[in-house]
Design a protein around this ligand. Structure first.
Ligand code: GDP
Ligand code: MG
Length: 182
């Protein structure tokens, strides 16, 4: 068609074991396979959103605590990404702290680079199916997202595809908005 193909580089961040790979694989294949190993990879995924062709490049990162970068977000990652999905587990409070650190780190770096105020970020509270083990309330997640001007979803990558789809599509919307105002 006459419409240009849109590319979106999406970086998944968050502590280990929160479901970054589960979320990625769910989006790519619609399936949940349970175990994912410690593989870091960039995947390409072509999708059609609102009749437009989109090429998602999805970087499923590994959280490594021994790097000296704040919140473990590297310069390279910051340069590469058009948008960020920050994942924590609703039953892992430490992972929620990692996400709040990473949000701060991203916003600071972008401000420093003289970029736009609004950085496309979606915060995701995953493992919503594990209600009985919840240690981070929905309210806390929502408040963090509100204070950092990010999108927010609670989902279960294990149980449904729909929530995962919403996360990627909402992020794409934020990326479009940020490009339009640049
Ligand atoms: P990563 O280290 O952030 O990439 O996390 P993984 O995607 O490898 O997932 C870590 C573990 O959590 C695996 O055993 C997954 O099966 C499990 N997991 C991921 N998402 C969910 C979820 O929504 N609910 C439940 N109950 N387990 C999940
Ligand atoms: Mg992983």
């Amino acid at each position: 068609g006459s419409q240009q193909k849109v590319e979106a580089n999406v970086l998944l961040l968050g502590a280990e074991n929160v479901g970054k790979s589960a979320l990625t694989v769910r989006f790519l294949t619609r399936r949940f396979i349970g175990e994912y190993g410690d593989i870091e990879s960039i995947y390409n995924h072509n999708d059609r959103v609102d009749g437009r062709e989109i090429c998602f490049n999805i970087w499923d990162s590994l959280y490594s605590q021994n790097s000296d970068t704040q919140g473990c977000v590297t310069e390279k990652q910051l340069r590469w990404a058009d948008g960020f999905i920050l994942v924590y587990s609703i039953c892992d409070r430490a992972s929620f702290s990692v996400v709040s650190q990473q949000v701060r780190r991203i916003r600071q770096a972008k401000k420093h680079a003289g970029g736009v105020d609004k950085v496309p970020i979606i915060i995701v509270g995953n493992k919503r199916d594990l209600q009985h083990r919840r240690t981070v309330s929905s309210e806390e997640g929502r408040m963090l997202a509100l204070s950092a001007d990010c999108g927010f979803f609670e989902i279960s990558a294990a149980e449904t595809y729909h929530g995962v789809l919403l996360v990627f599509h909402e992020l794409l919307e934020l990326i479009r908005e940020s490009r339009a105002t640049r």
